[in-house]
Design a protein around this ligand. Structure first.
Ligand code: C2E
Ligand code: MG
Ligand code: MG
Ligand code: MG
Length: 288
C-alpha cells in the first residue's frame, strides 16, 4: 500500500515537473516575439519618504502580458530571459524606457528618481556603466535620478569585479541600492567594501512585522546597521498603516508597498504625482 502511494506521488511530481518544463520551454520560445510584439511594459511603484511625507520616486517593474496566458510574473520570466540570453536586450529596453520616463517627468515638473532592477547577468557585463552613461546622455538626465537595484548574491559571486562596476557607477553619481536585503549573506564589514547608498529590507520581514518577534528584530537590526553605515533604508512590501507607523517610529527612511500604492501604469503614476504634490514648473520655465 505504502509503495503504491509513493509511486503515485512520484508520478504526480514527474507530471508536474513535465508541465513546468513544457511551460518554461514555451515561454522561452515566445519571449523573443513578445519583445518584438510590444507585449512587455513597465509599471511604476511609488516610494514615500516617511519623514518628509513626500514621494521620492518609484521602482520600475517589468510586466509581460501574454496574449493567451495573460500576465506572467517577472519572477518567472526574468530567469528565462537570463537562460536564453534575451536579458541583455530586455535589460537595455527597460533602462532606455526608464530614463525616457525620468526625462518626461522632469518636463512635467516632477524631479523624481526611478529605481531599475538589474539582473545578475546584466550586472556582470563589464561595459554596463558605459551603457548606462550613454542612455543618461541620450535623455539628458542627471544621474542622481537613476538608482540601480542589485541583490546581495550578485556581490558575492565576483567581489573584485562587483567593486569595480559599482565604483564606476558611483563615480557617475548613480545611486546603488541592495534589493531583498536580509535574504542573502552579507556581513557588516563586507558591505563596507561596496559604495552603496541604500538597503531595501526584503518584504518577507515586513510581512509579519510587529506580529513576529524574529522578523521585527531583524527589521530593527537592518535599520540600525544601515544607519551605522550611513546608508538609507527603505522597507518594501508595506501593506498596513501599522507597519508604516512602526517603521516611521523606528527610523526607517522610506517605504514602498501596497499601503502607499500598487505599481501603476505610467499614466496613473503621473496622476499620482499630480495629486500628491503641487507642480513645480521651474524646470519648464528655464527650459523655454
Ligand atoms: P523586487 O525587485 O523585490 O520587486 C518587488 C516586488 O514586490 C514586485 O513584484 C512588487 O509588485 C511586489 N510588491 C510591492 N509591494 C508589495 C506589497 O505591499 N505586497 C506584496 N505582496 N508585494 C508587493 P513583481 O513586480 O512581480 O516583481 C518580482 C521580481 O521580479 C522583482 O522583485 C525583481 O526581482 C524582478 N523584476 C521586476 N522587474 C524587473 C526588471 O525590469 N528587471 C529585472 N532584472 N528584474 C525585474
Ligand atoms: Mg527591486
Ligand atoms: Mg525586493
Ligand atoms: Mg527580488
Amino acid at each position: 500500500k505504502a509503495k503504491e502511494v509513493g509511486r503515485n506521488t512520484y508520478e504526480f511530481y514527474e507530471a508536474e515537473l513535465n508541465q513546468l518544463a513544457i511551460r518554461r520551454h514555451q515561454l522561452a520560445n515566445e519571449l523573443r516575439q513578445a519583445v518584438k510584439n510590444g507585449e512587455l511594459s513597465l509599471v511604476f511603484q511609488p516610494q514615500l519618504n516617511i519623514v518628509e511625507n513626500k514621494v521620492i520616486g518609484a521602482e520600475v517593474l517589468l510586466r509581460w502580458h501574454h496574449p493567451i496566458l495573460g500576465n506572467i510574473s517577472p519572477a518567472e520570466f526574468i530567469p528565462i530571459a537570463e537562460n536564453t540570453g534575451l536579458i541583455k536586450e530586455i535589460g537595455n529596453w527597460v533602462m532606455d524606457n526608464a530614463c525616457q520616463k525620468i526625462a518626461e517627468c522632469r518636463r512635467l515638473g516632477y524631479e523624481i528618481r526611478l529605481a531599475v532592477n538589474l539582473s545578475a547577468l546584466q550586472f556582470r557585463q563589464i561595459n554596463l556603466p558605459e551603457m548606462i552613461a550613454s542612455t543618461l546622455q541620450k535623455y539628458r538626465i542627471p544621474p542622481k535620478l537613476l538608482e540601480v537595484e542589485i541583490t546581495e548574491s550578485m556581490l558575492v559571486r565576483d567581489v573584485s569585479q562587483a567593486i569595480d562596476i559599482l565604483e564606476r557607477l558611483k563615480e557617475m553619481q548613480i545611486r546603488i541600492a541592495i534589493d531583498d536585503f536580509g535574504t542573502g549573506y552579507s556581513s557588516l564589514s563586507y558591505l563596507r567594501r561596496f559604495p552603496l547608498d541604500a538597503l531595501k529590507i526584503d518584504r518577507t520581514f515586513i510581512d509579519e512585522l510587529i506580529v513576529d518577534v524574529d522578523d521585527t528584530a531583524i527589521t530593527l537590526a537592518i535599520i540600525s546597521m544601515a544607519k551605522s553605515l550611513r546608508l538609507e533604508v527603505i522597507a518594501e512590501g508595506v501593506e498596513t498603516a501599522e507597519q508604516q507607523e512602526f517603521l516611521a517610529k523606528n527610523n526607517c527612511d522610506d517605504i514602498q508597498g501596497y499601503y502607499f500604492s500598487r505599481p501603476l501604469t505610467y499614466k496613473d503614476f503621473v496622476q499620482f504625482l499630480a495629486s500628491s504634490k503641487p507642480i513645480d514648473n521651474s524646470y519648464n520655465r528655464t527650459a523655454r
